[in-house]
Design a protein around this ligand. Structure first.
Ligand code: ATR
Length: 271
């Protein structure tokens, strides 16, 4: 059996859970010839990396920060989602064409579509690359979206580009929204803001809180939301959602949501 190599390209890679999850699921499916690696590649080596993908038996790859946008010109084709978001998190082969897909959008939407909550409006904190995929998903679901970012100029650029409303960072507590989404790194393990929260008042105007940070699975923001009786969605849901779609693209097989979430929860607790 020919080996088939997959991996994640980013810089730095730090504590990526992708190798752990994909290798675990390759085993679960009995794919003995598939291996998923971690490739920390700096920006000035990205073109070499894409050449290597074309030369070696590399069947697919996950793409993460800082390459999600800069990798697009090196690819032969982009999916409609990747084109609209302007970012790629998945490489795969379509015949002889090296194609780019963005599974962050459907990964973000998955728990919202599966949940029974009626969500008509959303307040998104942060205006970076992750926020773009989130806003794209919200728009696709027809949810009225307001963007809020620490630096006003970035919020304005994003709001103009994505045609959303905008509220200043200082006024975020006065926004009325069914859904609050955090796309800032505040509360992320390993970040200088680990243990911090982007929300320091009560959540009386919010119904559901979604933090796209997956490590820790329960951030200070989600802990507060739980204590206030809100519906909470952990970033692990989005992480598993985007990985499930990658696995389907690469193998045609299904990665089951529940066991994947349980496996990652245990992995993170064991760290
Ligand atoms: P990514 O591309 O992964 O989304 P990013 O570009 O670093 O990451 O974006 C993170 C977002 O979180 C940015 O919009 C950033 O706000 P600024 O535009 O003002 O930099 C926001 N962010 C980062 N640290 C923050 C902090 N300590 N408080 C509030 N917002 C923060």
């Amino acid at each position: 059996m020919k080996p088939q190599i997959y991996g994640i390209v980013g810089h730095p890679l730090g504590h990526s859970l992708s190798p752990t999850l994909h290798n675990h699921w390759f085993c679960e499916c009995g794919f003995e010839n598939k291996l998923y690696c971690a490739w920390p590649i700096p920006p000035d080596k990205l073109d070499d990396f894409v050449r290597a993908v074309r030369l070696l038996p590399i069947s697919g790859a996950s793409v993460t920060i800082p390459h999600k946008e800069t990798i697009t010109p090196y690819l032969d084709e982009l999916s409609p989602a990747a084109r609209q978001v302007g970012a790629v998190n998945t490489l795969y082969w379509r015949g002889d064409s090296l194609a780019g897909e963005n599974t962050d959008v459907c990964g973000f939407m998955a728990p919202l579509l599966a949940g029974g909550e009626s969500i008509n409006s959303a307040l998104v904190l942060g205006a970076g690359g992750a926020s773009r995929a989130v806003i794209h998903g919200l728009k696709e679901m027809g949810i009225k979206t307001t963007i809020c970012n620490r630096s006003r100029d970035k919020a304005e650029a994003m709001a103009k580009d994505m045609k959303t409303d905008i509220i200043s960072w200082e006024k975020r507590y006065s926004a009325q929204a069914d859904l609050l989404v955090n796309t800032t790194p505040l509360g992320m393990h390993g970040d200088k803001t680990g243990g911090e929260t982007p929300w320091e008042k009560d959540m009386r105007r919010i119904k559901t809180v979604y933090d796209i940070i997956y490590n820790p699975p329960c951030t200070p923001l989600l802990k507060q939301a739980e204590e206030e009786g809100k519906t909470v969605i952990s970033g692990l849901e989005m992480f598993v959602g985007q990985a499930r779609e990658q696995f389907r693209i690469w193998t045609g097989q299904k990665m089951d949501r529940e066991p994947a979430l349980t496996f990652l929860g245990k992995t993170l607790r064991g760290k």
